[in-house]
Write a protein that binds this ligand. Structure first.
Ligand code: DAH
Length: 330
């Protein structure tokens, strides 16, 4: 079998990567090395003609090369983004003190406007608004949401606890409002709960330790997964327009079964997850003392991500810097 030298391909990829100065350069590199008609895809087409042993071995080598190239491209993409922001900040020598006597008036922060807009879309189909506290008990944030104390999600989600006993915390998700609302109200339930949530996450272009979510919950007679899908498709189209491309893929959340994630197509062919959802797990209904056989669906939307997609914003930190040149655009 005439194998080409994959090490040489990787080496020439690295040389080209070194020379990349923009996203366009990266897209070009992706085209040459990973996309249709690239070196790798041509080699992959040879696999069916090989015998079992060679196919397995060569296939694994190609996969490894593919993964390495993909991960280097992502690393470079983040580096370029980081560089862009550092350069912008260094160049920025304007006086940032505000003219307090300006008569410009005020407008809402883009995050507030997006939250209001989402709430309006759901209000128009019969949902009301509910709220819950940001400082929560671990019971509302985890136990009642079918996430017992041995569950890895309690630690993986890098919770910011408020005491050494791990009984109180800054809520990691607005799903807590499901529990609070159902504990006080009988079905039918149609609510959305906008609010701030906290995680000890490292800041990168799409993650921040403080961000916003909108929780949704519908509990009524014979609610099914089709109702969930129909409702969320309606929401996504109302928010992004009819031409938006979405993917609905299976996922896992402790408090829903089955669960799914909705992704929306983003820049450079990437997909960005905007919400998690699913049919409420019977264990959650049990915790809030709803009767056996109750059915409902729930979802949690990331507000910053909606705004980033809608306005083509490439770094989440823009929302919190309070740079008026950014804020005035909305
Ligand atoms: N609470 C989840 C999170 O923060 C999001 C979520 C997923 C909410 C599924 C839901 C749901 O209500 O059904 O990642």
């Amino acid at each position: 079998m005439a194998e080409i030298n994959l090490d040489k391909i990787y080496a020439s990829f690295l040389i080209r990567l070194e020379e990349c100065n923009s996203n366009d350069d990266l897209i070009e590199l992706n085209k040459d090395f990973l996309a249709k008609d690239s070196v790798l895809s041509i080699e992959r087409k040879k696999l069916p003609d090989l015998n079992d042993k060679n196919r397995k071995e060569y296939g694994a080598k190609l996969k490894k090369l593919n993964d390495n190239i993909e991960s280097e491209l992502n690393k470079k993409k983040n580096e370029l983004l980081q560089k862009k922001y550092i350069e912008m900040e260094e160049k920025d020598i304007t006086d940032i003190s505000i003219n307090w006597f300006s008569k410009e008036g005020s407008n809402k922060h883009v995050i507030t406007s997006v939250m209001n807009e989402v709430v309006d879309i759901f209000s128009s189909i019969g949902y009301t608004v509910a709220h819950g506290p940001e400082a929560e008990t671990s019971w509302h944030n985890f136990d009642a949401l079918n996430t017992p104390d041995w569950h890895p999600a309690r630690y993986e989600s890098d919770t910011l606890y408020l005491d050494n006993k791990l009984d109180n915390l800054l809520r990691t998700q607005t799903s807590t409002v499901q529990v609070r609302y159902m504990s006080e109200n009988k079905p039918p339930v149609y609510i959305v709960a906008p609010g701030r949530v906290y995680r000890s996450d490292q800041l990168d272009s799409t993650h921040s330790p403080v961000f916003h979510q909108i929780e949704g919950l519908a509990v009524d007679d014979a609610i099914t997964f089709s109702d969930l899908k129909g409702t969320l498709e309606y929401f996504v189209k109302e928010f992004f327009g009819n031409n938006v491309k979405t993917k609905f893929i299976p996922h896992f959340f402790p408090f829903t079964e089955p669960s799914a994630e909705v992704l929306v197509s983003w820049k450079d062919g990437d997909w960005l997850e905007i919400l998690g959802c699913g049919m409420v797990d019977p264990n959650v209904f049990k915790k809030v003392k709803y009767k056996k056989g109750t059915q409902g669906f729930a979802f949690g939307v990331g507000v910053e991500r909606l705004a980033m997609l809608r306005y083509n914003i490439d770094h989440i930190k823009n929302f919190y810097d309070n740079d008026l040149r950014f804020l005035r655009q909305f």
